[in-house]
Design a binder for this molecule. Structure first.
Ligand SMILES: [Zn+2]
Length: 391
């Protein structure tokens, strides 16, 4: 649907949602936060037929089949996690729905748990069977077990098959995920990044570059990133980082951001460091998106879930609203497949989270096992996806 017809549909559903409409769900008495329009006010949100049907100061509870009391909580768009591994049963993938229920994440972007020849299985057994929305970046790396194979030739040889796969699955495949760094079983070559660049240009898709151990250097990677591409693990401690020893942000990183390259946290088991994040934020460099890089080796710590990652950013000094912007509409714009996703527009998909900020003493641990004690944490009290409460 283009933007105009989407707005038309919104107006139509708003008109249909008249005084006598019975809603599927009404969330009442919450603090509404819709970062797409910088909305911050108390009110109610109604859901009907999988869409947001009304956002008003007071919607009578009697008009809803199901009522959620959000007193003391925030009603927000469902969270969008731009870097996850949710191909359950393959590699380190977690099962998304049970985690979504407790975390508010209604859109999951899989960052390369699947290769070009695994998309059909990922779609049939994970995407189609999950309540949450799932998209993904296809993994570009030689997965052949033959040690004699030249990995660069191997990857280049897959170009056509991967291209066909991308074309046939553009509804869910956003682009290519590439691990950039020397820790790839000693098989890293700068050629991979060049091949990925060619690929993304040829098939007009985005590149998600995971930055880790150099070589290559940051200044060699950034010029190959274009507008709309994503650099993930931006607060890592590794050689390909964004912060100079002096604490300034590297010039090539600032240039990339100016060109429209997006920078994502991608917490993970090894890639989120409080000190680097503090330095980057002190230099004015906030991430464009906040993601977890959740998989089954970090879901029991230090990542746990999206609210825990958000709590770390809150502890580092970001406002709740700034965090929400980066976990809803900013990430949804990169996904760019579902009109209204990541917003509370009337007519938008009814993906919602009820979040709260609790006060107390909460230990939070980064990827290097540095622990801080936060006096606040963000928790999820309810998740609604596609108009239904997650069970
Ligand atoms: Zn990852």
């Amino acid at each position: 649907m283009n933007r105009r017809s989407f707005l038309g549909a919104s107006l139509a559903s708003a008109a249909v949602a008249g005084a006598q409409t019975r809603y599927d769900i009404v969330i009442k008495n919450g603090e509404i936060r819709d970062p797409a329009k910088d909305v911050r006010r108390r009110g109610d949100v109604a859901v009907l037929d999988g869409r947001i049907a009304a956002v008003e100061a007071d919607i009578p509870a009697a008009r809803a089949a199901s009522v959620i009391d959000a007193k003391g909580s925030y009603i927000t768009p469902g969270l969008v996690d731009l870097h996850t591994h949710c191909f359950w049963g393959a590699s380190f993938g977690v099962e998304p729905d049970p985690i979504a229920k407790r975390s508010g994440v209604t859109t999951w972007v899989d960052a390369g748990t699947f290769a070009h020849d695994q998309i059909e299985g990922f779609r049939k057994f994970v995407i189609d069977r999950s309540q949450v929305r799932i998209f993904g970046f296809v993994y570009l790396y030689p997965n052949s077990r033959n040690p004699d194979l030249d990995p660069v030739k191997y990857v280049r040889g897959l170009m056509r098959a991967t291209g066909r796969m991308i074309e046939a699955n553009k509804d869910v495949v956003l682009g290519i995920k590439l691990q950039v760094g020397s820790n790839m079983n000693g098989r890293y070559s700068p050629e991979f990044l060049k091949i990925a660049r060619e690929w993304c240009d040829a098939f007009r898709v985005q590149l998600m570059a995971h930055i880790s151990f150099s070589p290559p250097e940051t200044d060699e990677v950034m010029p190959l990133m274009r507008s709309g591409d994503v650099v993930t693990h931006c607060y890592n401690t590794h050689g390909i980082g964004i912060v100079e020893k002096s604490g300034e942000i590297k010039a090539s990183v600032l240039d990339a951001r100016k060109r429209g390259v997006k920078f994502d946290t991608g917490h993970g088991l090894g890639s989120f460091n409080f000190e680097i994040a503090r330095k980057a934020m002190a230099a004015g460099f906030l991430p464009d998106t906040i993601s977890t890089d959740i998989y089954n080796l970090n879901v029991k710590g230090p990542v746990f879930d999206m609210p825990t990652t958000m709590s770390k950013m809150l502890h580092l000094g970001m406002s709740f609203e700034d965090i929400l912007l980066r976990t809803t509409v900013n990430a949804a714009r990169i996904v760019n497949r579902v009109p209204g996703l990541g917003t509370l527009d009337v007519g938008a998909p009814a993906d919602l989270a009820v979040l709260a900020i609790e006060e107390g003493k909460f230990p939070l641990t980064d990827s290097q096992r540095n622990t801080v004690t936060a006096d606040k944490r963000i928790v999820c009290r309810e998740t609604i996806c596609r108009g239904k409460r997650m069970a």
